[in-house]
Write a protein that binds this ligand. Structure first.
Ligand code: BV8
Ligand code: ZN
Length: 266
C-alpha cells in the first residue's frame, strides 16, 4: 500500500502515525467521501438521472415530505437500490481494523458518522450515526419504528422492498418515512451527546471525507480544537475547516490503510 504513496506522503503518514500512536483518545468523524470509493455518490456530486433537477435540500426536509411524500419516498427507495449492492472499501476496513486493535490497547477510538449507509457496520466497526440510517423506517407522524421489531438491535432487513408505493402507518394515518435526520430536524440526542463527549475529550480528531458544511456535525472539529486536540483531515478537496493541523489532500482509501498499518505496527 505504502508503495503507492510519494515520499512526501509517506513522511506525512509517519508524522500522523506518531501523533496517533501516542494518543489515548481519538475521535473520528466520517462523511460521504469515505463511501465514495465504494461507488456511493457524495452529496457534492451532482444528482443523476431522475433526480438531476433536485437538490438534496429540496428532498431531505420534512417540508418536502409533507408537500410530496411520494417524491421523497421514491428518492429514498432509489438511493436504497443504489446502495444495496455496495461494499465497504479499504478505508472502512482500515478503521474497523484500528478499532479492533484498540480493544487490546489503552487507546479509545470513537467513530462518528454523518453517513446513513451501513458500510462501517459491514466492515466491523462500532459507529454512532448522527443523521440516522438509510435502512431504517419510522412513521412520519407518530414516529413509531416500522416494522416495529426493527427498532431493536441494528439489523438490515433482508426483506427490503424498493418499490415506491407509500406505506401508511398501522397505528395512525401517517406515512412511513426513512429514519433519517432531515435538514431542519434535530439530531438524535444520545448520538449527539456521544459525539460531543468524544470530540471534547479527544487528543486527536480526524475528519474523513466530509465537506464540513453541515452543522452541528461540522462544529465537532472546532470543539476538539478548543479542548486542545490536534486535528487531521483526509479529503482530496479543500474544505472550510481551517483549524486543521495535518491535511492529507488524498482519497481515504489511499491514506487510511498505510496510516493504520503504521499505527498498529509501531
Ligand atoms: C439542525 C441525511 C436544528 C439526509 C443529512 C436553515 C434552516 C434549518 C436549519 C439550518 C438552516 N441553515 C443552517 C441550518 C442547519 C443545517 C445546515 O447545516 N445546513 C447547511 C446546508 C448549511 N443543519 C441541519 O438542519 C441539522 N439540524 O440544525 O437542527 C434543530 C435543533 C433542535 C430542534 C430542531 C432543529 C440537520 C442536518 C442533517 C441533514 N441530513 N443527511 C440524507 O442522507 O438523505 S446531511 C448530509 O449532508 C450528510 O449527512 C452530511 O452531514 C452533509 C454533508 O455531506 P458530507 O458527508 O460532508 O458529504 P459531501 O458530499 O458534502 O462532501 C463529501 C466530501 O468528501 C467532499 O469534501 C469530497 O471532497 C470528499 N471526498 C470525495 N471522495 C473522497 C472524499 N474524501 C475522502 N476520500 C474520498 N475518496
Ligand atoms: Zn404512525
Amino acid at each position: 500500500m505504502v508503495a503507492e504513496l510519494s515520499a512526501e506522503l509517506i513522511g506525512q503518514v509517519e508524522q500522523a502515525a506518531q501523533l496517533l500512536q501516542s494518543a489515548k483518545r481519538v475521535c473520528i468523524l466520517t462523511g460521504a467521501g469515505i463511501s465514495a470509493e465504494s461507488g456511493i455518490p457524495t452529496f457534492r456530486d451532482k444528482q443523476t438521472g431522475l433526480w438531476e433537477n433536485y437538490g438534496v435540500e429540496d428532498l431531505a426536509t420534512p417540508e418536502a415530505f409533507t408537500r410530496d411524500p411520494k417524491l421523497v419516498w421514491s428518492w429514498y427507495q432509489w438511493r436504497r437500490q443504489l446502495v444495496a449492492d455496495k461494499a465497504p472499501n479499504p478505508a472502512h476496513h482500515a478503521l474497523a481494523q484500528w478499532q479492533y486493535h484498540a480493544q487490546t490497547s489503552d487507546q479509545t477510538v470513537t467513530l462518528i458518522t454523518q453517513n446513513v449507509d451501513d458500510l462501517h457496520e459491514q466492515a466491523g466497526s462500532s459507529v454512532t450515526h448522527l443523521h440516522g440510517h438509510l435502512w431504517r423506517d419510522r412513521c412520519g407522524q407518530c414516529e413509531i419504528p416500522y416494522p416495529e421489531q426493527s427498532s431493536a438491535a441494528y439489523i438490515k432487513q433482508d426483506t427490503i422492498r424498493f418499490d415506491d408505493k407509500l406505506i401508511t402507518c398501522p397505528h395512525c394515518d401517517g406515512y412511513i418515512r426513512p429514519n433519517i435526520v432531515w435538514f431542519g430536524e434535530a439530531l438524535p440526542v444520545q448520538a449527539w451527546q456521544a459525539a460531543e463527549e468524544a470530540a471534547a475529550n479527544c487528543d486527536v480528531f480526524i475528519s474523513i471525507g466530509t465537506s464540513s458544511l453541515v452543522y452541528p456535525a461540522a462544529g465537532l472539529s472546532q470543539l476538539a480544537k478548543q479542548n486542545g486536540a490536534q486535528v487531521i483531515e483526509i479529503n482530496p478537496d479543500p474544505t472550510p475547516d481551517t483549524i486543521v493541523d495535518i491535511t492529507f489532500a488524498e482519497k481515504a482509501g489511499l491514506i487510511l490503510p498505510p496510516l493504520i498499518e503504521a499505527i498498529t505496527d509501531l
